[in-house]
Design a protein around this ligand. Structure first.
Ligand SMILES: [Zn+2]
Length: 337
């Protein structure tokens, strides 16, 4: 089969389009003929080697949708030809965390890599039936951003009437957070660097759009929009450049969700800033495997809207990474397979 593989960490040039042996499904596993793969920031971090060394070539990509192509021994839930979406959280399935449905707390938890390929083999428990009314590209755009956003909104205690400050609002995670927060009846202050995207953010429900350039401080604007109180929840995927502004923009007792660090992850905090204001810093990384089956039907009913910025053929994965890293997006980038 054709696949994108990474042999050593580096820039986009390490994404090699090459011939790879087609994987065979083992006991309890299913092989999917992928039709679309979602591009996530995680894939860039994998490419850069931030998740560890490369003992063997890695096929990146966690989100994908396609058709069941072959089933391994003992598989009971799936048949060849069914349209499916990959649920990319892998865990042991039998520890306390798994049994209570909190798979990301499983000691064995990790995120599946391997959808930048024509075929992917996954455990049968990691597939969800693809609902009608969605294209493969749309179905592949949902997994990591929506599962992550839904999970941290639940853990942050998001409530109707609360205000949420959203950094990186136009990215895949940003638009997922925006839609899920609006569904909860929250007020959303959306931060973007790009004036031309402000109107579209409002169409997706942003109550206020804050234009931001590196070096700006948005906390004054946020305090102005909240009668000086600050917001209930901040969602920060930017990291070093934004984190102290997030601490200034959140109200006493509020929650700062840290869910990425696109400008770097090294910060030095004076702890009094946290404890005097009773601030919770909440780390977010994927979510329960029960989230994706629950959310997918909301897309086929039009309650949630998949947003795709651009689609590239699989062999141009490097161009997709270049756009996500350097040019900005409004929604998801997809590889068609
Ligand atoms: Zn487990």
């Amino acid at each position: 089969m054709k696949a994108i593989r990474i042999h050593e960490p580096g820039d986009i040039s390490v994404l090699r389009y090459e011939d790879v042996d087609t994987p065979e499904p083992g006991v309890g596993e299913v092989r999917v003929r992928l039709r679309a793969a979602g591009v996530n920031h995680r894939d860039i971090w994998v490419r850069q080697g931030l998740f560890g060394a490369f003992p063997q070539p890695v096929i990146p990509g966690s989100d994908g949708a396609g058709e069941v192509d072959a089933i391994g021994a003992g598989v009971t839930r799936w048949a060849v030809g069914q349209k499916v979406v990959i649920n990319p959280g892998l865990s042991c399935g039998m520890c306390r965390a798994c049994l209570r449905g909190d798979q990301p707390a499983c000691p064995a938890f990790h995120i599946y890599d391997g959808t930048y390929a024509e075929y992917a083999v996954v455990p049968e428990a990691n597939l969800v039936a693809m609902p009608g009314g969605l294209t493969f590209a749309e179905a592949a755009s949902i997994g990591i951003p929506y599962v992550t956003a839904e999970d941290f909104l639940i853990r942050a205690g998001a409530m109707p009437g609360q205000t949420l400050l959203l950094w990186g609002a136009t990215g895949g995670l940003g638009l997922a957070t925006l839609q899920l927060a609006k569904l909860r009846g929250m007020r959303v202050l959306a931060v973007t660097r790009n004036q031309s995207r402000a109107d579209r953010l409002r169409q997706f429900g942003a109550d206020e759009v804050i234009l931001y350039a590196p070096g700006d401080d948005v906390s004054d604007a946020v305090l102005g929009m909240t009668q000086g109180r600050g917001v209930d929840i901040v969602v920060d995927s930017v990291g070093r450049e934004s984190f102290f502004q997030s601490l200034s923009a959140v109200q006493r007792g509020g929650v700062v969700v840290t869910v990425g660090a696109t400008t770097g992850g090294q910060v030095t905090i004076e702890l009094g800033r946290l404890f005097r204001h009773r601030i919770t810093v909440l780390g977010a990384f994927m979510g329960s495997t029960s989230v994706l089956p629950r959310l997918l039907p909301l897309f086929s009913r039009g309650v949630l809207v998949p947003v795709i910025d651009n689609t590239f053929p699989l062999e141009q994965a490097d161009q997709a990474h270049d756009q996500l890293e350097h040019q900005g997006v409004f929604g998801k980038l997809i590889l068609s397979v």
